[in-house]
Design a protein around this ligand. Structure first.
Ligand code: ADE
Length: 227
């Protein structure tokens, strides 16, 4: 798949691209590009934002600037673009990201993520160019970049070959394999540390019993937060 991120801070993604599951995904033919709307702005001196009509604090990303950036990238009217791909604005009030949505996004060929800054986007960007708004939580970040990385992180790690072990993403928190519940606890060596022992079943070698125990643990955790 190809993930395009429109951001005023494209270099932030240089670090992200060096993370193992991301390098694996890129080596497997997937793409992650960070595109700077400042590079294609029709305004003087690299201007991309403006004061809000009606007054108020902060700056708003302009609709003409976002249109120019999308047109330059895709060679099409962004109003039509959203018929053929998911164009997602990252906003604090958008649909909350969860594992099921990450699965859906991971099944797409291409997605576009738009990062707002300051006071966010001119509403016409969202109304006319985007298919949806996505939030990573009900708190306000200084911009959409970290949110875009969260989305890209959880989506890319789901692609076959991104993680070291093929099953790592199949049976993990919130996956259908665990009925949407949180993951069971993990233990590794030493089996006894200061008298803190590992549940016997995990040392038993009985795969079916281990599977049952893990599912039970996941169900228990789903019942509410641990004390
Ligand atoms: N931009 C600012 N805050 C955000 C959030 N919580 N989720 C997604 N995008 C954002």
């Amino acid at each position: 798949m190809q993930i395009d991120v429109f951001t005023l801070f494209p270099h932030w993604f240089d670090w992200f691209r060096t993370q193992r599951h991301v390098t694996n995904a890129l080596a497997n033919g997937h793409g992650l590009d960070a595109i700077d709307p400042r590079a294609t702005t029709p305004l003087k001196a690299g201007k991309v934002d403006d004061v809000p009509f009606g007054g108020g604090a902060g700056m708003v990303l302009r609709v003409d600037v976002v249109e120019a950036a999308l047109r330059a990238r895709y060679g099409a009217d962004p109003v039509e673009l959203r018929e053929t791909r998911r164009v997602i604005a990252l906003t604090p009030g958008g649909r909350l990201l969860d594992d099921a949505l990450a699965d859906t996004l991971a099944a797409e060929e291409d997605i576009t993520l738009l990062c707002g800054r300051y006071e966010g986007f001119d509403q016409r960007v969202i109304d006319h160019f985007c298919t949806e708004e996505l939030s990573i939580g009900r708190y306000v970040l200084a911009g959409g970049e970290l949110a875009a990385m969260v989305v890209a992180d959880t989506v890319l790690r789901k692609l076959p070959g991104s993680l070291g072990h093929a099953d790592s993403a199949a049976e993990e928190s919130f996956s259908p394999a665990l009925e949407g519940g949180p993951e069971y606890p993990h233990y590794t060596r030493p089996a006894d540390w200061r008298g803190w022992t590992v549940p016997d079943v995990l040392l038993s070698g009985h795969h079916e019993q281990i599977r049952q125990w893990r599912l039970e643990q996941s169900r228990r955790r789903a019942g509410g937060p641990l004390p």
